[in-house]
Design a binder for this molecule. Structure first.
Ligand code: SAM
Length: 287
């Protein structure tokens, strides 16, 4: 098999199989060896790793991962890609293709069935239309994984790694930073994909924290408060929280002051520690 990442090989495979790209499935295939290398180096794969790949496409990244990993389980939703993957990956006996929607895949079971690997890593050049649901699906499942190396829209990467104070900082930043330490890897130009997307991309590595960044009494409640705080970004924290939680401004103001948070501040200025302090105080009051 020719190297899969060259534009001519990708075009040849696509033509031979009369494959039509699906925009709605976010199909933009990689054609650049250096980007593949950056993903591999960042993920630091060894033969004792089980790698779960999200959306293998025609198997370009999958083949490169399979050379380094102990085992690769690649989850692809598009059944038209399965015969192509069987062909492009036929020389690898450590790759398993799973024809499923990653959002419906029981990742815990996949991992439980492969206990002999020392570390579990997730890699994906993600379909951009469901980046956030995929990441939350993985993080909320609290899987015993070491890291997640993802290629995503640059704008979404900016939101994930944003610090308090800017317009990019929001619920997504808080959620990802709560579970992970974020390592920015590289900006990726549009030109490394067929077909070329409209926006630049970014490679991020998410290192799963051994324990979340802040201590919260109740995780679901914490995220409810974070979402409520950002529900009306332009309003003060006091106003957005009181309307989202349907509670009296007086008691809320008292709680905010007790938490050392000025009620006129906006949600985008609160650190994770402040969100945790506020959520814990509101949780105690609600019991
Ligand atoms: N990994 C390939 C590459 O880098 O060339 C393809 C990446 S492409 C951006 C995204 C891939 O995810 C496509 O193959 C698409 O069919 C697949 N995909 C889209 N939605 C999916 C879902 N819900 N579950 C699993 N795979 C999905």
């Amino acid at each position: 098999m020719d190297k899969l990442f060259t534009p001519s090989t990708v075009n040849k495979i696509i033509q031979e199989h009369d494959f039509k790209f699906s925009k709605s499935l976010g199909q933009n295939f990689l054609i650049d060896e250096h980007i593949i290398e950056k993903i591999l180096i960042s993920s630091d794969i060894t033969k004792s790793d089980l790698v779960i790949e999200i959306g293998p496409g025609i198997g370009t990244l999958t083949a490169a991962i399979a050379e380094k990993a102990g085992k690769v389980k690649a989850v692809e939703i598009d059944k038209k890609l399965i015969p192509i993957l069987k062909e492009t990956l036929e020389n690898f006996d450590n790759v398993e293709i799973i024809n499923e929607d990653i959002l419906k895949t029981d990742l815990k079971q996949i991992i439980d069935n492969e206990r002999k690997y020392a570390a579990i890593k997730i890699i994906g050049n993600l379909p951009y239309y469901i980046t956030t649901p995929i990441i939350m699906h993985i993080l909320e499942a609290k899987l015993p994984i070491k890291n997640i190396t993802i290629m995503i829209q640059k704008e979404v990467a900016d939101r994930m790694k944003a610090s308090p104070g800017g317009k990019e900082y929001g619920s997504l930043s808080v959620a990802v930073q709560y579970y992970c330490e974020i390592v920015p890897v590289a900006v990726v130009p549009k030109t490394v994909f067929i077909p070329k997307p409209n926006v630049d991309s970014f490679i991020l590595r998410l290192d799963i924290r051994e324990k979340p960044a802040v201590d919260v009494l109740d995780e679901r409640f914490f995220f409810k408060i974070v979402r409520a705080s950002f529900s009306q970004r332009r309003k003060t924290l006091l106003n957005s929280l009181s309307s989202a939680l349907k509670c009296s401004k007086d008691s809320l103001e008292e709680t905010l002051v007790n938490c050392d948070i000025e009620p006129k501040r906006r949600a985008e200025t609160l650190s994770l520690t402040e969100f945790a302090r506020l959520a814990n105080e509101l949780y105690k009051n609600s019991q």
